[in-house]
Write a protein that binds this ligand. Structure first.
Ligand code: DX5
Ligand code: ZN
Length: 219
């Protein structure tokens, strides 16, 4: 199966954002990952649709929005309007998960559900019938640059088994603490989409680093 590299712009140098996004794309990035935080669901505040809108104007690759916010339903149409192609919401704070997933799909986007490290995979059983992807958090959401939680590898393997049984089309996206040193293990565990923030943007040469990671996941 195709493996996709999704740089998370959260760790970019925002002064040079356009240049760094371009470098990622030239290095082989398949998707751009946007971490939207509201200071309520997670203890950090980032950005909203206005940022996607500017990047959309200058790039063609899919824009993947990871919503770490309360009342996601209310903001989804704006993100679609701004150019989102994929949107994920957390299982932990969306009571009407099926309704939110159906809303995302009805607006023409791929729909995903994100799950925190402390949440049992069992909650995914029903929603797997409806989603396009599951975003497995391999750190607690809120900040870039955290350490990969090792048990995530086992969770990815277990989720893969559930997906094979319930809905084999569903992709696994993994997010948090992925670097040059562990990306191969994450792929081998069953990840299809690899989100990498500081593992790309902390490098001097962003394009070369993206290329290095892309080569590791496709080989
Ligand atoms: C954390 C975010 C991640 C994060 C990844 O809440 O969802 O996407 O930016 O950054 P790194 O790769 O630095 O852990
Ligand atoms: Zn994310």
């Amino acid at each position: 199966m195709v493996k996709l590299l999704a740089p998370s712009i959260l760790s970019a140098d925002f002064w040079r954002l356009g240049e760094q996004v371009q470098a990622c794309i030239e290095g082989g990035a398949d998707i751009l990952h946007f971490d939207v935080m509201d200071g309520h669901f997670v203890p950090n505040i980032t950005f909203g649709p206005v940022l996607l809108e500017s990047i959309r104007k200058h790039s063609q690759i899919p824009l993947d929005v990871h919503l770490m916010i309360e009342n996601a339903e209310k903001y989804i149409p704006e993100f679609v309007k701004a150019g989102a192609n994929m949107i994920s919401v957390h299982v932990e704070n969306n009571y009407h998960l099926h309704r939110v997933v159906e809303l995302i799909k009805s607006l023409g986007c791929k729909a995903g559900v994100a799950i925190n490290p402390g949440t049992s995979l069992k909650v995914l059983e029903e929603i797997l019938h409806y989603v396009d992807y599951v975003l497995v958090m391999s750190v607690n959401p809120g900040f870039g640059g955290q350490r990969f939680i090792d048990r995530s590898l086992q969770r990815i393997r277990e989720l893969k088994v559930m997906i094979e049984e319930i809905n084999p089309q569903v992709l696994i996206e993994v997010d948090g603490g992925i670097k040059e040193g562990n990306i191969t293990q994450v792929v081998q565990a069953g990840a299809d989409i690899l989100v990498v923030g500081s593992g790309i943007f902390a490098a001097q040469d962003v394009k070369a680093q993206a290329k290095k990671l892309k080569d590791l996941i496709v080989s």
